[in-house]
Design a protein around this ligand. Structure first.
Ligand code: HXC
Length: 257
């Protein structure tokens, strides 16, 4: 399908999705939502794709939900249409997804980055939940995910003041996994994605599911879940291959089964 708000490119086993509404600073409207979800869902269903990278431009990852699209909305329409509820399809995807963030990741843009599995940040990245300045609040998980990432105090301050957090603060707070010089962000994100895509896909999915479970359950249930899934890795051919490769001192050639 020809997309209008994103660019997609498959490099080896990695799908790169680039948000591409430059005139609106990649504001997230209904079309961009549908296109990102369709592209990512297609990759998720394709065993030849082992990782997805989601990025924006050098200036902006995404400046939030499209304010001009939302401006005239009313409660009944938002509620009945479950405005932006479809992003739950994105967070249900099982293929690992890296957000490579340069520049602004504000409002829905910060929320989109947080819906990915981890965030690699350029040193130019700026994160914020400025919705309160518009008389609204986060609506795609920001109040919940930001709080889990950075704790109550910082999340509360960010949501109540709308102030931005730079890359260094975001790294200190645990929002991003690493900071990369801006001119190396995409290359580093692709390298990281290729590393992940070189692993066994079902085993990567199990790792993703287990880490995500930490956000949904108690420690004892999470540890039990992890142990059961760990046991299940021994039902795969890739466990045999991975351990044989180690013992034979050669790289593993995973078959994704
Ligand atoms: C629609 C947007 C936009 C947005 C920028 N633009 N952000 N359009 N929705 N979220 C448009 C501007 O209107 C402008 O269009 C063009 O992009 C360039 O933006 P400027 O403001 O001129 O750029 P700059 O001065 O560099 O400032 C960059 C910025 C600022 C700091 C990122 O644009 C900004 O504050 N944007 C809004 C950020 C925000 O409040 N996000 C939260 C949105 S609410 P024209 O046509 O004038 O050139 C949200 C809710 C989530 O995300 C929950 C939903 C369910």
């Amino acid at each position: 399908m020809a997309y209008e708000t994103i660019l997609t490119e498959t490099r080896g086993r990695v799908l790169l999705i680039t948000l591409n509404r430059p005139k609106a600073l990649n504001a997230i409207n209904a079309q961009l939502t549908a296109e990102v979800i369709e592209a990512a869902t297609g990759a998720d269903a394709d065993p030849e794709i082992g990782c997805i990278v989601l990025t924006g431009s050098a200036k902006t990852f995404a400046a939030g939900a499209d304010i001009k699209e939302m401006q005239a909305a009313d409660y009944a329409g938002m509620y009945a249409g479950d405005y932006f509820g479809e992003w739950e399809r994105f967070t249900a995807l099982r293929t690992p997804i890296i957000a490579a963030v340069a520049g602004y990741a504000l409002g829905g843009g910060c929320e989109l980055a947080m819906m990915c599995d981890f965030i690699l940040a350029a040193d130019t990245a700026q994160f914020g939940q400025p919705e309160i300045k518009l008389g609204v609040m986060p609506g795609i998980g920001g109040s919940q995910r930001l709080t889990r990432f950075v704790g109550k105090s910082k999340a509360m301050e960010m949501c109540l003041t709308g102030r931005m957090m730079d890359a260094a603060e975001a790294e200190r707070a645990g929002l991003v996994s690493r900071i990369v010089p801006a001119d190396q962000l995409l290359a580093e994100a692709m390298r990281t994605a290729e590393t992940i895509a070189g692993m066994s896909l079902p085993i990567a999915m199990m790792n993703k599911e287990a880490v995500n479970r930490a956000y949904e359950t108690t420690l004892s249930e999470g540890v039990r879940f992890e142990r059961r899934v760990f046991h299940a890795t021994f039902a795969t051919q890739d466990q045999k291959e991975g351990m044989a490769a180690f013992v034979e001192k050669r790289p593993a050639a995973f078959k994704h089964r």
